[in-house]
Design a protein around this ligand. Structure first.
Ligand code: ADP
Ligand code: ASP
Ligand code: MG
Length: 411
């Protein structure tokens, strides 16, 4: 029997009515001849509430305990979901990440999946049951519960789909597909029929919260067909697929906005071989995830080095920099927390010119100052003031006609 993994996000399982509706999706897939594995998130905003509860008791909660706590949200959903399926006449069994040996490293709150034991799932599917797996969580080698980072249930679903060799992974959410940019911020964003793994990976890493970026990495590596679609409407969503030649014809596929960032600049560091290595080794030891790095030589003796990180890593990064700054003879450290990053992404950038020109022109026209710029083969990112970020996103979307379907742009 073909296998399908169906992942339901928080809003899609927020209450009993929604869980029943999600169960109907499962039943429909069974009637269409599929064995179904469900991955579910915590109901509604429960994870946010648990974070609040923790912070009320301890402003600096131990990460192990945080994982232990946050993982409970998903556990509740899958058992309730299994009950709903049983009530509708379908056999179902729910598992925690640990129970299916979703083995991760021990980086609490941002663990990475190392392996999954598919046997237990196959055994239950073979018995005709629906298998429900709590998203967002795993266990480390010592049996400690870990979580995969906020939004991580997508990654649980796609990794699971890869491990059990599912035919497709459906991501049910509160939008009906992937748009050129977040439709809640730029209301006239256009829906995409398909997007390449590489573009979606860039967009997800650059702030498009519709998919967790690790999920796309798994999808690309293991050829998982990913279909992002609405849990409340029937229509087709967006397929995330391998790149096809026609995609190169679209210069900019999407734009993103990333808030909750910080930029750390180390001013006048000794311009010696090995200093950058020392700084980033120290940050890596503190498990700080670095987004972009810019280093410029200011003289033969001195260099400036800056990098961006997620705000949640700021206190760890500050401590790490404090430890290393004297060793590299850093004159001063400058930190900005009031920034956001606006990016445009498209595989077509590899073969077209004028993208940077259009982007910077649009920002200039909107009178938005650019703090710094970074690029890759398929994206351009600008750091701007956070309070101008949404205006900047709109200006860029209009300049690249991201309110129109790709085939209608430039006409
Ligand atoms: P879930 O709880 O189902 O995982 P998320 O809130 O994580 O849902 O992701 C869905 C949200 O992602 C949408 O409500 C939308 O605001 C946001 N989003 C950001 N960028 C995009 C985009 N490019 N296309 C569609 N949605 C996006
Ligand atoms: N419940 C977790 C979160 O809110 C994981 C997820 O929803 O994907 O981040
Ligand atoms: Mg999500």
């Amino acid at each position: 029997m073909p296998i399908i993994v169906q992942k339901f996000g928080g809003t899609s399982v927020a209450d009993a009515k929604k869980i029943r509706k999600a169960a109907d999706r499962v039943i429909k897939a069974i009637k269409n001849g599929f064995s179904v594995v469900v991955v579910a998130s915590a109901r509604g905003k429960q994870t946010d509430q648990l974070v609040k509860d923790a912070l009320e008791l301890n402003p600096n909660p131990p990460e192990r305990e945080m994982d232990q706590l946050l993982s409970t949200g998903e556990q509740q959903t899958v058992s309730l979901f299994a009950m709903a399926l049983e009530a509708a006449g379908y056999e179902a069994i729910s598992f925690t990440g640990g129970q299916i040996q979703m083995l991760t490293d021990n980086a609490h709150t941002k663990a990475r999946i190392k392996s999954i034991d598919a046997k237990r799932i196959h055994k239950q599917l073979d018995q005709g049951k629906v298998v429900l797996v709590a998203g967002f969580q795993g266990v480390d080698e010592k049996g400690n519960i870990t979580t995969l980072g906020r939004g991580g249930s997508d990654t649980s679903a796609v990794a699971l789909a890869a491990a059990i060799k599912a035919d497709e992974c459906e991501i049910y959410t509160d939008v009906d597909g992937i748009y050129t940019t977040d439709p809640r911020i730029f209301k006239t964003a256009a829906k995409m029929k398909e997007i390449s793994y590489d573009e979606m990976l860039e967009m997800a890493s650059l702030g498009a919260g519709v998919m967790h970026s690790r999920a796309i990495e798994f999808g690309k590596k293991y050829n998982v067909k990913i279909h992002v679609r609405s849990s409340s409407e029937e229509r087709e969503g967006t397929m995330i697929t391998h790149e096809v030649p026609e995609m190169e014809g679209i210069i900019v596929s999407g734009a993103t906005i990333k808030k909750d960032m910080a930029k750390i600049s180390l001013v006048n560091v000794d311009n010696n071989p090995g200093n950058a290595a020392k700084i980033f080794a120290c940050l890596a030891k503190s498990r700080v995830i670095i987004n972009d790095i810019v280093q410029t030589e200011v003289s033969k003796e001195k260099a400036n080095l800056s990098f961006t990180i997620g705000i949640s890593d700021l206190s760890a990064a500050k401590k790490a920099i404090e430890k290393i700054k004297d060793e590299v003879n850093c004159q001063s450290v400058f930190i900005r927390e009031d920034i956001a990053e606006i990016s445009v992404v498209g595989v077509g950038m590899r073969s077209h010119y004028g993208v940077a020109d259009t982007m910077f022109g649009a920002l200039a026209k909107a009178k938005i100052n650019i703090d710094s710029i970074t690029t890759s083969e398929i994206r351009i990112s600008c750091i701007v003031d956070e309070d101008q970020a949404e205006k900047a996103l709109s200006a860029v979307c209009i300049a690249f006609e991201l309110d129109k379907p790709a085939e209608k742009r430039g006409s």
